[in-house]
Design a protein around this ligand. Sequence first.
Ligand code: HEC
Length: 120
Amino acid sequence: MNNNKFIILCFMLGFTLQSCTTAILDEVDKNTLPPLEKTVTYESDIKSIMTNHCITCHAGPAPNAGLDLSTYANTKYSAEQGSLVARMNNATNPMPPSGKLSPETLQILDKWITDNLPEN
Ligand code: HEC
């Protein structure tokens, strides 16, 4: 086959793969997951989520939006009084900005809220 045809074929394959992946990701909703039985705590569950996904921007001397998510007190405050939960679940303007975290992770956050945001 000539080069042009090959390039067109690659584009088509790329688009197909992309729409498949998007469909799969959209299909899994945190509300369809089996309920979490265990109690979620900051130390055992939430801290690592913040460390892995948030504190590159939300910690240090000049955190983005003035929001430091490196401590229990601040994370709890943002979850209770701020927009942490809303932004992490926001499809169009999510946190982290690179895209919503997995449904499993968002379910853990929801359970922490239901459990009243325990530290340990
Ligand atoms: C790549 C950098 C980056 C990462 C990673 C990131 N954020 Fe943000 N965040 C920002 C910026 C920039 C803003 C301010 C602009 C905006 O609100 O979109 C912001 C704003 C916010 C706000 C709104 C604060 C306010 O007072 O309006 C919340 C809540 C938030 N982020 C939570 C999080 C959480 C939780 C995570 C991890 C799950 C996270 N962010 C990861 C850059 C980041």
